[in-house]
Design a protein around this ligand. Structure first.
Ligand code: SF4
Ligand code: SF3
Length: 532
């Protein structure tokens, strides 16, 4: 195996024996095989599109399968192998429609899977030229992030054939007959950033169209006496289905990790048994989940080895861990049964509260007042401190940054990195709480829209606003979001806790010269440099 797609990669270079995330060598190889199967599917899908054949089901499958290779999503080799076969079967069916082959039966699929094993590449084998290899890796990893958001959006009925066409093109690149220069690769990388903006837009439309626009909502970090289920991940539809299926059953539902912002959506908040939030970010789950006295459902990343508490953990969607019960078609009856068999919380424990729900509409409605406060000097600077959390000690930077930010600055936050400071009382500037939770990582779309609106109102560019982005990355959705910001021309981003292993010094030089991306230093230095 060789995998270097996430921030915790071994020695900052690549996992070669066993993933730091817990991925085994064979699972990593099966994921590479799946990506290769998707690349060949993409080549055929592009030919089909040229002939006007668009297979929406295959488009959706491609995104789902690619999503399953993202960090901390699917560790189940059997499930991954089923997707490899499905990709091959779908390619063969398309090829039959194109008149390129006649056989799409099991024997033909078996034969192709064996051929693919010989072709599958890990990221270290993408190209000889290190810079081209780096660009190809950035493209694939960014594309995995796009796939995640495209899949979530499709679950809520939001799709765009052009988005899938880009994804097929990016998957096929390097495996078609076209010779590409480094510039060509970098153009594809920028295209990936634009595609991700579209994917996040579709997802925002899906989330808000189905569950309403988020509104500021208080969420309890305490708990209520009684049976309970904890829901982790990003999939609001899974949460909604579970809330419906548990209504009137005496089970309280708690959010975990990236599900926290769900409380701000009116159509989810209306369920009285959605009672609070439990725990912090994903990397603390092995410590926190054993303490939860109910069942746990993982709807997306980030899942870790559940070890001895696996009998109460369930997965859905593309998530998988070998041996864990997987819920198909949003049938959560086994999760409910498990929750009823477990003790639940013995007592009420009120606990702190946090506020979520500063989504696009709420922020845009507040934009004129924010502008006035900026003009009057009441708000001196806005920091967007967001991104993924992770296990590295250097991530204390983000907590300290927020704590040390002066009282006349606003902090917007999103994604699971917020758990470093989400329960801190940072006070208010007039009517604005200083800490505004915009939502999940995909709600970077909302933050971008607000920044664009502020820039338009002030007649300047986003780079001229008193706004700085201080980002933390861990997995490939963060890569996709970073590419979106670069594609939009956003400069001066501070990035940490460490730079990606898949960026070569030459590519880094380019990122610095074109966008002035800067690694984080100390909170004091960065605060001074960014808001001086
Ligand atoms: Fe290593 Fe990250 Fe790949 Fe897991 S996802 S194998 S930790 S680089
Ligand atoms: Fe977190 Fe996994 Fe990235 Fe959605 S849940 S941001 S790390």
């Amino acid at each position: 195996m060789f995998c270097n797609q996430c921030e915790q990669t071994a020695k900052g270079q690549g996992c070669t024996v066993m993933g730091v995330c817990g991925k085994t060598g064979t699972t990593a190889d099966t994921q590479d095989l799946l990506v290769q199967a998707l690349r060949t599917l993409a080549l055929t899908a592009l030919k089909a599109r040229d002939k006007g054949i668009v297979d929406a089901e295959t488009d959706g499958f491609m995104a789902k399968a690619l999503f399953s290779t993202l960090t901390n999503v699917n560790f189940d080799e059997e499930a991954l192998m089923l997707m490899v076969r499905e990709a091959v079967r779908r390619r063969k069916k398309l090829a039959v429609r194109l008149g390129c082959t006649t056989a799409a039966d099991d024997a033909a699929v078996d034969k192709s899977v064996e051929e693919l094993r010989g072709q599958a590449k890990n990221p270290s084998e993408f190209a000889d030229d290190p810079n081209v290899r780096s660009a190809m890796q950035i493209l694939l990893f960014g594309l995995k992030g796009v796939a995640a958001y495209a899949d979530h959006a499709a679950i809520l009925g939001q799709t765009d054939p052009d988005l899938y066409a880009f994804m097929y093109g990016a998957l096929a690149a390097g495996f078609d007959d076209t010779t590409r220069t480094l510039d060509d690769w970098l153009e594809l990388v920028t295209g990936c950033g634009q595609a991700n903006l579209r994917a996040m837009e579709l997802l925002e439309t899906g989330n808000t169209g189905t569950y309403g626009h988020p509104v500021p909502t208080q969420v309890s970090l305490g708990h209520k006496k009684g049976k309970c289920i904890l829901v982790s991940g990003h999939d609001l539809k899974d949460l909604h289905a579970l809330l419906e299926q548990t209504a009137g059953k005496g089970i309280n539902i708690y959010t975990h990790g990236e599900m926290l912002p769900a409380h701000g959506y009116p159509e989810l908040h209306k369920f009285p048994h959605l009672v609070g939030h439990f725990g912090t970010a994903w990397q603390n789950q092995q410590k926190e989940l054993p303490e939860f006295p109910g069942a746990v459902l993982f709807t997306t990343n980030c899942i870790q080895n559940p070890g001895n508490y696996g009998d109460k953990v369930f997965t859905s969607g593309v998530v998988g861990w070998p041996g864990l019960a997987h819920c198909q078609d949003r049938d959560f009856s086994r999760v409910i049964e498990k929750a009823l068999s477990l003790p639940g919380f013995a007592e009420d424990a009120p606990g702190k509260t946090v506020t979520v729900g500063f989504g696009r509409k709420t922020l845009l409605d507040a934009a004129p007042a924010v502008l006035n406060a900026v003009k009057s000097g009441a708000i001196r600077h806005i920091f967007l401190v967001g991104g993924c959390d992770g296990a590295k000690p250097g991530r204390n930077y983000y907590t300290e940054f927020v704590e040390k930010a002066p009282g006349d600055t606003l902090i917007l936050t999103l994604a699971c990195g917020k758990f470093r400071f989400f329960d801190k009382d940072l006070g208010a500037i007039g009517d604005f709480p200083r800490l505004l939770d915009v939502g999940q990582c995909n709600d970077a779309y909302a933050a971008v829209q607000v920044a664009l609106a502020l820039a338009e109102a002030l007649g300047c560019t986003v780079n001229d606003l008193p706004l700085s982005l201080v980002l933390s990355w861990y997995e490939q959705k963060a890569v996709a979001i970073l590419l979106t910001l670069l594609a939009l021309g956003v400069k001066n981003i501070r990035l940490g806790p460490s730079l990606p292993a898949f960026v070569t010094p030459d590519i880094l030089k380019l990122l610095v010269s074109k966008w002035n991306i800067t690694p984080i230093s100390t909170p004091e230095e960065d605060l001074h440099a960014l808001s001086a």
